[in-house]
Design a protein around this ligand. Structure first.
Ligand code: FAD
Length: 782
């Protein structure tokens, strides 16, 4: 066995965890050494020895000692290539500057660990599995972490709606997430560190950079030997892992095998596959055609990001679309174990199946606990060619601490069956609800707290009695929090003769992650935060309320009842396992005049305290309104938008709050450039979209625009004088937690969809503006 580096059989997968200190002992990562392999398996290991050429005719491999540079030939009867894949390093300006690292082996790990010891800030590029693990571990080391990802989501292997909980978790833990932006080059920064230039024109400066944007197969040896390569450069192997030369095998990250789901070639870089492919090649060398072939790779993978786990098995929806497969899908959210057993947390499963046969093609899951178990069952189901109908009756281990009488996978099977049998017409995005009566079947309190734009709230229990409020001539769409009540609602309405469709997955999958609201009082346990006006209660005055195992909006409804009974000085402590409760509790307190004393999240359980205090935010009248500004941004002109941002940033710098309410032409400031692909847009909406300026860089000047020349001159002058530009002001506003609210009525009028707006924008109506305006003493219209 020849190995270019000093180590054999080290745990690549553990490298991030030693950097973060979770795996304390470095030695634990070296699973075998040349000495143990020799002693146990009689393998002669030549470490620090590189294979440089294969002579297939002579059946020899030329090897070179990397220390002495001496070369020799080794003879073989059979040869196994397992050279792996090396981290991608694109040829960008400054890519070789010191301070830019990649992570593949123990030496990379040592270098990163040493550099991180003195770094305050780290830029991680690429939000795949390794990038996310690194971001998590660097936060544990208390670094200031920015994570930049080229596509508009983390974990591009999964579908966007299935990774939003991961994005929220990253932001909640302090990772600065920049999605949909790539790196165009690096420069040394004045005063040390590096500045990475982003495609958007913005830049990030950090003490060090970790590049985790993917890997490429180490194929040079195979290529030079004339072995057949796949389309992406992997060494092509048959089911016995033999290459185009039957005496040479290829396994692991460098090899290409088959996709057992859709057929055709596939190459997936994962540790489990590499190990089992190694065994397959060895079996074939010893047993010949008696050996069992490799069954192909379906890419089952998982990652932990703080308290959240997410993973995938088989094909994602994106992939099925690329491959033009006729598929169907469902998304269900349920509890990981019996909801009445303490500690139950939400688990979301997405299922994809072949439309004609029901065969499972892919599955994804996210949650706090039990994600691995569901993915493993789905992976087994895919390998066993099960259909979604068979998921309904999978008999899975159940006792209250472990599962539920209906496991989330059974429920996913039920839901799939409801769709397959035509019992409901599913929709997966509110954009598909256009032209229908949108009915929100959530409880009224929840609809008030988190309104769904354009929806009429008829809580599910009231639906039968209020059915005559609906227009019988118009189709209906039902939506609820998680997709269950909207299903029930859709069934009732369809039995009453309505043409009806149900939103599968519910509001949970529509909701975009939001950066923690810096104005929101959810870190009051932190000693650096201002002290609460409510004196610390004696333990006897703390009333406990356990809402774990309740789905949204259950916890908020229980809080509403319990809080109404509080007397002055009493504190209500609530525990909930619904992840959204972390934001819901402060919002509830704010809307209802309670003081939110604390909100913490640990292992998926949110604990919050509230009191009927003397400093209730709702009690503030205009006379006591805080510093700050609420600004209606009506104009879509560059100079006016800049003025609005300058005032808002200033208001926050002076200790106040700021809300920018964008309406009509002002919405152009918030538009993404380039535009995302939006299906089903009417011709007029598209026309409007083409005619209006798209985003901060395209806005005209209000005076002297001169066909763009004046605007260009103004931007140039401002840059020359080091004055701020609009993208920079917008970034400052984002960091300062300034609320950006887009007027839903104007969006409707101008045919602008939520997906077309930059991240972090909330949707709201006039009530949102008036609510914000009542809390600030400067209210402006620009
Ligand atoms: C940070 C990190 C975290 C990961 N986490 C996970 C995880 O959680 N789960 C998972 O499934 N997978 C994970 N992986 C992927 C997993 O480690 C790989 O899929 C697996 O190691 C592939 O094994 P391999 O033998 O093909 O390649 P490698 O493990 O890369 O081994 C190839 C070896 O060949 C040597 N070599 C290359 N060319 C030559 C040559 N010409 N002569 C001599 N030696 C040569 C290299 O030095 C290297 O040591 C992770 C990888 C990394 C880097």
């Amino acid at each position: 066995m020849v190995e270019r580096g000093p180590d054999v059989s080290f745990a690549n997968c553990g490298l991030p965890y030693h950097i973060g200190g979770e795996i304390e002992e470095r030695a634990k990562l070296a699973l075998q050494t040349p000495e143990t392999l020799k002693a146990q398996l009689a393998i002669n290991v030549r470490a620090r020895t590189e294979a440089v050429a294969i002579d297939r005719a002579a059946k020899t491999v030329r090897i070179r000692n990397v220390d002495t540079n001496t070369e020799e030939d080794l003879a073989y009867d059979k040869l196994i290539l397992s050279p792996g894949a090396s981290p991608l390093k694109p040829p960008l300006e400054g890519i070789d500057l010191p301070g830019i690292y990649t992570l593949r082996n123990l030496q990379d790990m040592d270098r990163i660990k040493e550099a991180a010891a003195s770094a305050k800030s780290v830029l991680v590029i690429g939000a795949g599995f390794i990038g996310l693990e690194m971001a998590e571990q660097l936060i544990h080391l208390q670094k200031d972490v920015t994570l930049v990802e080229l596509v508009e989501q983390v974990l591009p292997q999964m579908d966007a709606e299935m990774v939003r909980s991961v994005e929220q978790e990253l932001m909640d833990n302090g990772v600065k997430l920049r999605l949909g932006d790539g790196i165009s080059g690096f420069k040394s920064a004045d005063g040390g560190g590096l500045t990475a230039q982003l495609n958007s024109g913005q830049s990030v400066t950090a003490d060090m950079v970790i590049l985790s944007i993917g890997v490429r197969p180490e194929n040079q040896l195979a290529k030079d030997a004339g072995l057949e390569l796949g389309a992406r450069g992997h060494i092509r192997a048959n089911p016995h892992m033999q290459t185009s030369d039957p005496d040479i095998y290829a396994v692991g990250d460098a090899s290409e095998t088959i996709d057992p789901i859709l057929g055709g070639p596939t190459a997936i870089a994962l540790g489990g596959l590499a190990n089992r492919q190694g065994r397959t090649a060895a079996d074939h060398i010893i047993l010949g055609d008696q050996a069992k072939p490799y069954p192909g790779s379906i890419g089952t993978s998982i990652v932990r990001v703080f308290d959240v786990a997410a993973g995938v098995t088989g094909h994602s929806e994106k992939r099925l679309q690329q491959m033009e497969v006729d598929y169907e899908k469902t998304i269900v959210t349920d509890f990981n174990h019996a909801s009445y057993f303490p500690g139950a947390t939400h688990l979301t499963v997405k299922l994809l199946w072949e439309k004609s046969t029901g065969r499972i093609l892919g599955g994804q899951a996210n949650g706090i606990e039990g994600v691995d178990k569901r993915l493993d069952v789905l992976a087994t189901a895919i390998k066993g060619q099960l259909t979604v109908d068979e998921l309904e009756h999978l008999e899975l281990a159940y006792a209250p601490p472990f599962g539920a009488a209906k496991d989330p996978l059974n429920t996913a099977g039920f839901s799939a069956n409801n769709i397959r049998s035509g019992r409901i017409k599913p929709i997966y995005s509110l954009t598909e609800a256009e032209g229908t009566q949108l009915i929100d079947t959530r409880p009224a309190e929840m609809a008030k707290l988190k309104p769904i734009s354009g929806a009429k709230n008829i809580p599910f229990p009231e639906l039968r009695s209020r059915i005559d409020e609906l227009d019988t001539s118009k189709p209906v769409t039902t939506i609820c929090a998680l997709g269950k009540m909207s299903y029930f609602g859709a069934r009732i309405l369809s039995q009453h003769g309505f043409e009806v469709q149900a939103h599968v997955g519910g509001w949970k999958i529509e909701k975009r992650p939001q950066a923690p609201d810096s104005n929101q009082d959810n870190t009051m346990n932190d000693s650096s935060q201002p002290e609460s006006s409510v004196p610390a209660p004696a333990e006897s005055e703390v009333i406990q309320l356990d809402c774990t195992g309740m789905a949204c909006p259950g916890p908020i409804l229980r809080v509403k009842e319990a809080a109404a009974l509080l007397t002055v000085g009493q504190v209500l402590e609530v525990r909930a396992s619904d992840a959204g409760f972390k934001n819901d509790l402060p919002a509830f307190c704010k809307a209802n005049g309670y003081e939110c004393l604390r909100v913490e999240k640990d292992k998926g359980i949110v604990t919050g305290r509230l009191a009927r205090g003397i400093a209730c935010p709702v009690a503030s009248s205009p006379a006591t309104a805080s510093n700050g500004a609420t600004i209606v941004v009506f104009s879509g002109e560059l100079d006016k938008a800049m003025a609005a941002y300058v005032i808002a940033n200033g208001a926050v710098a002076m200790g106040g709050k700021a809300t920018l309410f964008f309406t009509f032409w002002g919405l152009n400031v918030l538009r993404k450039d380039p535009a995302p692909q939006i299906a089903n847009k009417s011709f007029m909406d598209k026309m409007f979209g083409w005619m209006l300026p798209r985003g901060a860089n395209k806005l005209p000047l209000s005076k002297m625009h001169m066909g763009g020349l004046g605007t260009w001159m103004m931007k140039d002058r401002m840059a020359g004088k080091n004055l701020p530009n609009l993208p920079g002001l917008m970034e400052d506003a984002r960091k300062a937690g300034i609320r950006l609210v887009a007027c839903t009525m104007s969006m409707e009028a101008m045919g602008i969809r939520e997906e077309e707006l930059i991240d972090g924008v909330e949707l709201g109506g006039v009530a949102e503006y008036l609510g914000a305006a009542s809390e600030t003493n400067a209210n402006l219209f620009i």
